[in-house]
Design a protein around this ligand. Structure first.
Ligand SMILES: [Ca+2]
Length: 294
């Protein structure tokens, strides 16, 4: 029978080993606690220099809920389109849901079809894949997402985010080239987002979105809201959490990128790639379109 417990001397040795491991194991936590999370000070200065009201920006970034979105950056920086299961949008259950949506919003969809020349099945397919017809719009404050990506331009913040949220998931040089690109892009999107919020007197912290900062039922980036979104219900406001506005906005976006009645599959493919640059995505939309028409 194997001995489960050793002699007192062996026990003491085990205890020493455990203490040594605990000491080493605890050290990184101890160091982490002393690493101060970097803030958005430089970002605020940059926004003010670019014309945003000083008092507005300072009051906004002083709020406790405005903070670095580490988890979102970790997810986004390791995002791989090919790993998304697009089959989930082609099940019979999903097609049934899409059909019911077309019945429910027939008036809005028909109007968009007439105004922009984009068929209702395509608009519905886009909305289904983007947010399951407006039911999954993302729960991350867009202000935090875009601000966190914009400050990746600052080397100390970038190092902090690398250590805290990304290291281990990818190579540093890949992260650096991603961060160079995304920080510039996110800053432009942040400015568009604040411009949109100011225009409609919306509290920026009330708008949640995806880990990329996309917003509403059609998941538009803020710069696309300014350029392509439409007021579908005619209330004088753009609200992408409203079905009529979302439907008109998707249709107008596709129209602006070349959608016309009667275009062939190749042409449709090219336009849809402008909505989301992924052939998996586009093929799913086109397949859904066929099934909804069939
Ligand atoms: Ca509206």
């Amino acid at each position: 029978m194997p001995r489960l417990y050793g002699s007192p001397a062996t026990c003491l040795l085990y205890l020493r080993i455990v203490i040594i491991f605990m000491a080493f194991g605890l050290m990184p936590f101890h160091l982490k606690a002393e690493t101060k999370e970097p803030g958005f000070h430089q970002l605020q200065e940059r926004l003010i220099k670019d014309g945003f009201d000083k008092k507005y920006i300072q009051a906004l970034y002083q709020r406790e809920s405005v903070k670095l979105e580490l988890r979102g950056i970790s997810l986004y920086s390791s995002h791989q389109e090919a790993t998304i299961n697009y089959e989930q949008y082609l099940t019979r259950k999903m097609v049934r849901k899409a059909r019911r949506y077309i019945e429910e919003y027939l008036a809005e969809l028909t109007r968009a079809e007439k105004d922009f020349g984009v068929e209702k099945e395509i608009i519905t397919a886009v909305m289904l894949v983007e947010t399951r017809l407006g039911t999954y719009t993302g729960g991350r404050p867009i202000l935090n997402t875009l601000s966190s990506m914009a400050v990746l331009a600052e080397s100390d913040v970038r190092n902090y985010i690398w250590e805290e949220a990304v290291k281990g998931n990818r190579e540093r040089k890949d992260f650096d080239s991603w961060a160079d690109r995304k920080s510039q892009w996110a800053y432009q999107e942040l400015k568009a987002f604040l411009t949109y919020a100011l225009k409609y007197h919306i509290d920026p912290m009330e708008l949640n979105g995806s880990y990329a900062g996309a917003l509403g039922f059609p998941q538009f980036m803020p710069s696309n809201i300014i350029a392509y979104a439409k007021d579908g219900n005619g209330d004088g406001r753009i609200d992408l959490f409203n079905h009529a506005d979302a439907i008109a906005s998707i249709a107008n976006y596709l129209k602006q990128f070349g959608w016309k009645p009667g275009i062939d599959r190749d042409a449709k493919f090219k336009v849809l790639m402008r909505y989301n640059y992924s052939s998996y995505y586009v093929n799913t939309i086109l397949e859904l379109n066929e099934r909804l028409k069939g």
